[in-house]
Structures are given as C-alpha cells and as structure tokens.
Write a protein that binds this ligand. Structure first.
Ligand SMILES: [Zn+2]
Ligand SMILES: [Zn+2]
Length: 326
C-alpha cells in the first residue's frame, strides 16, 4: 500500500508519514546500550498521593515511601547485613539471565520504595502500622490497603516516555516487524491505561473515605502465625484464577471492570500476618478467598507463596529461609 508523504502516518502517532515511518527500515536500529540508557533515564514521577482536599498539609519533600513496613517487617526478616532477597528487574539483569528473573540481595533501605507520599502524609497516614503493633483496628486495615492502592496507581500512572521508546524500537526492521512492534506498543498502552483507570476509580473510594473520615465497607481475612512472616509483600491485583485453579474473571475483556483484592504480608511484635482486604461488594473476590480458606492448613503457605510470586516485583523474602531461586 502506498502512503503519501504528507499523509498521517499509519502507526497512529499523529505525525506526517515522512516525519515518522517513511524509510524506518533503513534507520539505525536501537542498540542494547541505548535501551539501558533509556531505561535509566525514564523518570519516575514524584508526588504525594493524597486527594486534593488534603494537599494543603503536604510538605515539599516527597520521600522514598516504603510499601511494606521497614521498622517491623523488613528488619525482622533481614540478615546480619540488613539485606533481604528481592527481584531487581532491570534490562542488564534480564539480558544476562536470558529473560529469567532471579532473587537478589537488596538493602532494606532500598527494598520496596516508591516516591508517592510527602514526608508529612507518609508519617501521618502510616504511623499506625509503622510505629504501633498490629491490633486489627479499622485505621490499620485502611492504612495497609490505602498504601497498596496508592503504590499501584503510582506504578501504573501513564508514562509517555516508556511508550515513545517502545514505539521507536522498530527502527531498521522490516515492515512486518514494524507493524508487530507498533501493535504491541498500542496494546501495552491500552492495557496500562485501562488498569490505571480501574485502580484510580478504586482509589477515589478510599480517598473519599479518608477525607470524610468514614469507614469503607470492606472484608478482611487475617492469617497469622506466631513467628515473623519470611515473605513480605504489599500489593493489589485482579486475580483471574482462584486457589483451586478455576478461572474467575476474564481480564482480557476490557469492557468488564475486574474485582481487586489487596494483600499485605508483614510482621509485628514477632508475629507474622497475611491480610487480604476487599470491598464487600466484590463477590468474585469473596469466592476467591473461600478457595484459599478451603486449602489444607499444611498447604496454605505454599499456595500463598505461589500467589505472591505472581506479583513478584514487590516481593521480599528473608535471606534466612533458604528458598531456592527457581
Ligand atoms: Zn509512524
Ligand atoms: Zn502529602
């Protein structure tokens, strides 16, 4: 198919064809070095995640907020040199390991942080879980859930730099590869935009509850043990299969808003806790949790570990438990 030089490019960039994909197959392909540099240069945003109504109290200082409690959880599971095992997902590591991901030692100050709260709100919102023992108060349940949601909204917030880089990865490639790469980039963008919108809608519910000081109608399940939990994690996901392997929601259908579950695994006063939280109206999640509770007690930790590995980038494991890498 011939496309006029001054027509809009087929890739949907909005640029003229002559300024975009004309002769792209003859352009210099992107090198691995350029990919490394681009990955390093992509700036993560810095902002405080609280709703507008609370912004007047924000300090200028946006800090490296921990997604799991450093004071209790990470310190409890760290080794003598204050390290835990986690997954550093970086281009050099992925290339070196041929796409496999391995657990590596990470200092607890670097483990699981994000620049999504100012120093005032990080302290005022989360001191109930950072500085106090876990006593199962509504404030603590809210804090655990809110931090997980804000971190995920932060991670999924639209980043045009990443998209532009993926879209430029077809330089020097055949027209068929160009089509495939542009299609992949568009799917990536659609997927992250949809996930961001869904999570942000959920965050607004939590924001409203925070501003109006009302308790959200939520369900929680707590699994506790009398020793620290060797795995620390904090996240929110829309699970597509339950603990018995049955499909429960179709995440590929973007017209249906999936139901989410929030989970936190942490330690407090020498005890370990895994807390699942979800909106009372999320009946698919209620069924999902029932399949967890039906698991044999001896099997429950393994089932949870497999589940946590699905959201592996936020996982931290004690160096002391000797879990094998694969
Ligand atoms: Zn183009
Ligand atoms: Zn703030």
């Amino acid at each position: 198919m011939k496309l006029g030089r001054n027509k809009n490019c087929w890739c949907g960039s909005g640029k003229k064809y002559k300024k975009c994909h004309l002769n792209r197959d003859q352009q210099k392909p992107i090198s691995i070095g350029e990919t490394h540099n681009a990955a390093k240069a992509i700036k993560s945003n810095r902002y405080c995640s609280v709703p507008k109504a609370l912004k007047n109290k924000c300090t200028n200082k946006v800090i490296n907020a921990h997604t799991v409690s450093k004071s209790s959880t990470l310190v409890e599971i760290a080794d003598d040199t204050n390290h835990v095992l986690g997954l550093k997902i970086s281009m050099p590591a992925l290339i070196k390991n041929k796409g496999d991901i391995y657990l590596e030692k990470i200092g607890i100050n670097q483990a699981s942080t994000f620049k999504g709260f100012c120093s005032y709100h990080d302290k005022s919102l989360f001191s109930c879980i950072e500085d106090e023992g876990f006593t199962k108060t509504n404030e603590q349940f809210f804090a655990l859930a809110y931090r997980a949601i804000c971190k995920e909204v932060y991670a999924k917030s639209p980043n045009t730099e990443i998209l532009d880089f993926i879209k430029s990865a077809d330089k020097g490639k055949s027209i068929i590869s160009q089509l495939a790469i542009q299609s992949l980039a568009n799917c990536f963008s659609l997927g992250t935009d949809t996930a961001f919108d869904e999570l942000n809608d959920l965050k607004i519910l939590f924001d409203d509850s925070l501003v109006s000081n009302t308790v959200l109608d939520m369900c929680h399940v707590i699994i506790s043990s009398n020793s620290p939990c060797p795995v620390s994690v904090s996240s929110i996901v829309a699970p597509d299969v339950d603990f018995e392997g049955k499909k429960i929601q179709d995440l590929s259908n973007l017209k249906v808003v999936p139901e989410h579950v929030i989970f936190n695994s942490f330690s407090s006063d020498g005890n370990g806790y895994i807390v699942f939280s979800w909106l009372k109206t999320s009946l698919i999640i209620t069924g999902f949790i029932e399949t967890l509770i039906r698991q044999n007690v001896s099997n429950i930790f393994n089932a949870l570990l497999r589940f946590f590995y699905c959201i592996r980038e936020y996982l931290h494991i004690s160096c002391l438990v000797g879990i094998t890498n694969r």
